[in-house]
Design a protein around this ligand. Structure first.
Ligand code: PMP
Length: 360
């Protein structure tokens, strides 16, 4: 079992009423925001005009989570986990928040901790980009790296280290995105409700890259409550076992995929899984940037690979919504760099690359 389960004093029961249902902040474009945290959520939904045009008949709309204050969809849960824990009296200003993360939850937490007066320690695997570490340090967090090949339940994994530290340090808490219902609720109350409102309910398919599963579980729950026929598609990298059992192997895309089943991920909400690979993922992420002007991160390419496969049968009058989880900022020295793409052998066909540069 997950090392947090024995420490966890509350259950990942998303049916429990939340004291914070008001968390969907009103869009405030014409007023002053009180702090950076108010600029989390209410992200734009933007039509894709080129990237899926040759493959799909349906309209594809991108929920652009890189517009969040900290640059990813995980700002929503970093903020929400801290606010719910403060409101419930589980933590107080001056305490230390420790979290195992692939980085983006860390940035959302570190930003919230900076604004709310908490200390923050982030534990993340070596694989995650230096850009994420630099942002975390700039936000005042301490960063510890864990070995990439440590199994999730070993003491050296990012999860193992975080829980050990929380035992050793005074007033230290792991809010634990893998178990914490606030992870799901942030997307149930926020992302899912926003997608419904922005499309006027005209959504036939939702495609989400899955890490902890908080985003897919929360948005799918909200959308299926409103229309049970909406098809929910999960994108899972080859080498991860979230879509089902298989070999656990390394891959480059960050933030999605795991080597264990995560408590907050509610599998019965997912109608279809698409296995994605680094080559297609980074090719599509680079095309989203070059052809649509969307300054997204790598896992955004995974959802395009997934919608191209899962959305084949959608008609012209139908709509697929894809969630673009994070920003180009996290990967300037990685898939955004031609040198890195060459060094990792992931550069796509140069002819095709050149073709994408021509205005289509
Ligand atoms: N993409 C990126 C870049 C991420 O950081 C994350 C969060 N780990 C995800 C996708 C998946 O989000 P979730 O944890 O809600 O499944």
């Amino acid at each position: 079992t997950h090392p947090g389960i024995s420490k966890c004093t509350w259950k990942p029961n998303t049916d429990e009423p939340s004291p914070h249902r008001h968390f969907r902040a009103p869009i405030k474009t014409d007023t002053v925001m009180d702090d950076a945290l108010e600029a989390i959520g209410n992200t734009p939904l933007i039509r894709l005009n080129r990237v899926t045009r040759d493959e799909l008949k349906c309209q594809v709309l991108a929920k652009c989570e890189f517009f969040n204050a900290g640059g990813s969809l995980k700002d929503r849960i970093g903020f929400r986990m801290v606010e719910d824990a403060l409101a419930a009296g589980r933590i107080k200003p001056g305490d230390t928040i420790i979290e195992p993360t692939s980085g983006n939850t860390g940035i959302g937490l570190a930003m919230t901790c900076a604004v709310r007066g908490l200390n923050c320690i982030i534990v993340m695997p070596e694989k995650m980009s230096m850009e994420k570490e630099n942002v975390l340090r700039a936000l005042g967090a301490d960063v510890i790296r864990s070995p990439n090949d440590a199994a999730w339940d070993s003491p050296e994994s990012h999860i193992g280290i975080a829980f050990r530290l929380a035992d050793e340090l005074p007033n230290a808490h792991v809010l634990d995105q893998y178990l914490n219902p606030s992870n799901v609720l942030a997307h149930y109350d926020g992302t899912g409700a926003e997608i419904w409102d922005q499309t006027g309910g005209k959504v036939d398919m939702l495609v989400v890259a899955t890490g902890t599963g908080g985003a897919i579980t929360g948005t799918a729950r909200r959308l299926k409550e409103l229309n049970p026929d909406i098809q929910i598609v999960g994108a899972d990298p080859e080498g991860s076992i979230l879509a089902g059992p298989g070999p656990v192997t390394p891959y480059e895309v960050e933030g999605s995929g795991y080597d264990f089943m995560i408590p907050v991920l509610q599998h019965d909400l997912v109608d279809t899984w698409v296995k994605t690979n680094d080559r297609e993922t980074f090719k599509f992420a680079r095309r989203l940037i070059a052809e649509e002007g969307l300054l997204c991160g790598g896992s955004s390419g995974s959802v395009i690979q997934a919608v191209v496969e899962a959305g084949k049968d959608l008609r012209e009058d139908q709509t697929a919504v894809v969630i673009l989880p994070d920003s180009i900022r996290n990967y300037l020295s990685k898939f955004v760099s031609d040198t890195w793409m060459d060094d990792t052998g992931l550069h796509t066909d140069p002819v095709r690359d050149a073709a994408t540069k021509v205005w289509r």
